[in-house]
Design a protein around this ligand. Structure first.
Ligand code: NAP
Length: 297
């Protein structure tokens, strides 16, 4: 088994981004600017957003963190989105999900300008991805593609099983793995909570990508010998032996599977760091596109 080290691969990618940012800054004094909006007090969400802001600093980006209280109304959040859409200082922004229950996530996603939607969640960007047009590909699926590409994993002609059908991971991942590109060109099966014969389908995968949020759900009998296993899941499981009182668990039984597969991502240190690097890549792209549009005007 070979570890697919997302931390090391993301460091490579981030170094390339930082180099481009330094060159742009030297040429015109500008750097990409990412804003992140977070609503409420969810510990996991605050950790993710703080990591994104820290990575901005690391790579020479500007960043703005907007923390709003749990009881922020949908109307007030829509107004904040509108302000960010119209703020020329901001190249791209994200609204961290999940949002409190009283806010309709779809309404917020649709209100974000597709040009600044560096999470790639807007219907227009998802549609463009479907058609293979220039877009922002959502950070987690894009990070997984980079991880496969940069570790030399060939995907063409392989059977890829994607477990989970969320709008931010499973569904875009299944489309990307089936597109006519490398990575891609897979025969894709998507499975979800209503799927029958889960064990049999997963055990037939050459590439198994799991995003369900069920700690250690995928056991050794669900993995084909020699498979590539990508574990997207990150669930906080109480663990008093850890300084923070919890351990981060993936959707895959890593210890039970590691000797059976050819490649496997660890949790933490696999898909998570690639997701953040990918968001930075999208923000740099947003800045480049804005600069190009300004030059053409
Ligand atoms: P989600 O919205 O939580 O949805 C879970 C999906 O898993 C649903 O499609 C559900 O099926 C499916 N599912 C649940 N139980 C199942 C089962 N027993 N068998 C088969 N399918 C099952 O998904 P998500 O937002 O993609 O998150 C999934 C996990 O990935 C979470 O742990 C999340 O924290 C993690 N995540 C990590 C990153 C990262 O950067 N590392 C990024 C995003 C998400 P139904 O549709 O039928 O209900």
């Amino acid at each position: 088994m070979q570890l697919l080290d997302g931390k090391a691969t993301s460091e490579q990618l981030k170094a390339e981004i930082a180099e481009k940012v330094a060159a742009i800054k030297a040429a015109n004094g500008k750097v990409p600017h990412l804003a992140a909006v977070i609503v409420g007090n969810d510990g996991g969400s605050h950790t993710y957003v703080n990591n994104k802001v820290l990575t901005c600093e690391q790579l020479g980006f500007d960043s703005t963190l907007i923390a709003l209280p749990e009881d922020t109304s949908e109307a007030d959040l829509l107004q904040k989105v509108d302000e960010l859409n119209n703020n020329d200082e901001i190249d791209g922004f994200i609204v961290q999900v999940p949002l409190p229950k009283h806010i309709d996530e779809n309404k917020i996603t649709e209100a974000i300008s597709p040009d600044k939607d560096v999470d790639g969640f807007h219907p227009e960007n998802l549609g463009r991805m479907m058609l293979g047009l220039p877009t922002y590909i959502s950070a987690t699926p894009n990070g997984i593609l980079e991880l496969l590409k940069r570790n030399g994993i060939k995907t063409s002609g392989k059977h890829c099983v994607v477990v989970g059908r969320s709008n931010i991971v499973g569904t875009p991942m299944s489309i990307l793995m089936s597109r006519n590109a490398e990575p891609g060109n897979c025969t894709v099966t998507m499975v979800h909570s209503r799927t029958q014969n889960m064990q049999e389908i997963c055990a037939s995968a050459d590439i198994l990508i799991v995003a369900i949020g069920k700690p250690e759900f995928i056991k050794a009998d669900m993995v084909k010998p020699g498979a590539v296993v990508i574990d997207v899941g990150t669930t906080r499981v109480p663990d008093t032996s850890k300084p923070k009182g919890f351990a981060l668990k993936g959707d895959v039984d890593f210890e039970g599977i590691k000797d059976k597969c050819s490649f496997i991502t660890p949790v933490p240190g696999g898909v998570g760091p690639m997701t953040i690097a990918s968001l930075m890549q999208n923000t740099l792209l947003a800045q480049e596109r804005r600069a190009e549009a300004e030059n053409n005007n």
